[in-house]
Design a protein around this ligand. Sequence first.
Ligand code: SF4
Ligand code: SF4
Length: 399
Amino acid sequence: MKNLFLSRRRFLKTSFAGAAGITIGAKVSANSIKEVKTTGIITRRLGHTDLVLPIVSMGVMRSDMPNLVKAAYDSGIKHFDTAHGYMGGNNEIMLGNVFKDYPRDSFTIATKVHPDDINRQTGELGPGSTKESFLKKFNTSLERLQMDYVDILYHHGVGSRQALMYEPVLDALTTAKKEGKTRYIGLSTHRNEPEVIQAAIDSGVIDVILTTLNFKQQHHLQIKEKIALAAENGIGIVTMKTMAGAFLDREKTKPVNCKAALKWVLQDPNVHTSIPGITSFDMLAENLSVMEDLELTEEEIKDLQEAGLVAGLYCDGCSSCSALCRKHLPVHDIMRSYMYAYGYNDFKKAREVLDESGIGNDPCEDCESCTIVCTKNFNVAERIRDISRITNIPAEFLA
Ligand code: SF4
Ligand code: SF4
C-alpha cells in the first residue's frame, strides 16, 4: 500500500496548512469562502444555491430513530440526507413522519434515486434506465416523505461519465426541477470520483455534488482538485464516507478517530457541508462538537497518521481491479458491503448492497486463482468469500 503518511510534515503538506487552514494541492475557490460563524456554529453556502448550511449535516441512511433526527434538528443540524432505497423506503417514511409538523423552510431534505439497468462493473447505464422509471421512483419518494418537493434530488451512485451524461436520466432530473418537485439537482458518487465530478461540471446543469472524501483515499488529492474546480463553477459540495470505514480491522479493535477524520475533510473550504452517518446520541454529540471547531489537536493528527499506515476496511472504488477479475465481479461494491458489515456493523446494509450487485453466495466458486492485485493490498478473494456468505441468511435475521 502506498504510504500517505510517511511523516507529519508530508501529512500537513498533502492535507492542510497548519493554522491558516488552507488546503495545499487543491485550489481554494473564491466562491466557497463564504463562511459564517454565528452562535458558534460554522455555516457555508452550498455553491450557487440559496442554502446556507451548518458544516455538519446528518446522513440518515442507517438511522431508524425519529428521536435522534429530532435531537439533531434541535441541536442545529438542518440538512438531512436520505435515499429512495434506504431501508427499503422506510428511511424516507420515518423522515416524512418526523418533519410533517415542522415549518418546511426550517430544514433541508435531500434524497437520491438509482436509475434501473446499471452495469455494476463499468458503472454505465443501459436502455432500461428510462426517464419514466426514474421519475416514478422519485414520485414515490415524495409520497413517503409527505412533501411536495425536496431541496436536492440526486442521481444516486454515479460511477462513470457515461452514466452522468445519460440523456433520459439527465432529462428526468431537469424535468423534476422545472416542475418544482426539487429545488436543486445533483449526483452522488463513490467511485471514479474525479471523472464523475469533471462530467458534472461539463454537464452545466448540476447544482450539487455529493462525493466520498476521506484521509484514507489514495486519490484524495485528485478528488480535492476536482472539488475545487466544481466549487469555482458554483456547484455545491457535500461529502460522505468521511469516517473511512469507522474501523481499521474486521475484529473492530482499531477504531478510526472519526471526529478527527471529519475535521480533516471540513478543513477544505471547498467542502460546504458533510453528511456523516449518525446512528446514536453519542455519535450526534461527537459530530456536533465539530460544527464549532475544526482545529485538529496533536493527538488527532497522530491518530490520522497512524491510521494512514494500515490498509483498513475502506475501498477506494478506484475500479482498477474489476477489469482484472476473471468473472468481472463488481469488486468495489462487494468491498463496500464488507465495510458496512465489519466497519459499521450494519449487516443489513451490507446485504442490501450485495443484493443490488446481483452476486450469489459464492461468486468466486470455480475460479482457480485470484488475478486481482488491489492497490490497497486487500486480499480481495478472501473478503469476497467472507462477506458473500451473508446472502445465505434471511434478510430479517440480519441487524
Ligand atoms: S478469485 Fe474471485 S475476485 Fe479473484 S479473480 Fe477469481 S472471481 Fe475474481
Ligand atoms: S478493492 Fe482495491 S483495487 Fe479494487 S477498487 Fe477497492 S481499493 Fe481499488
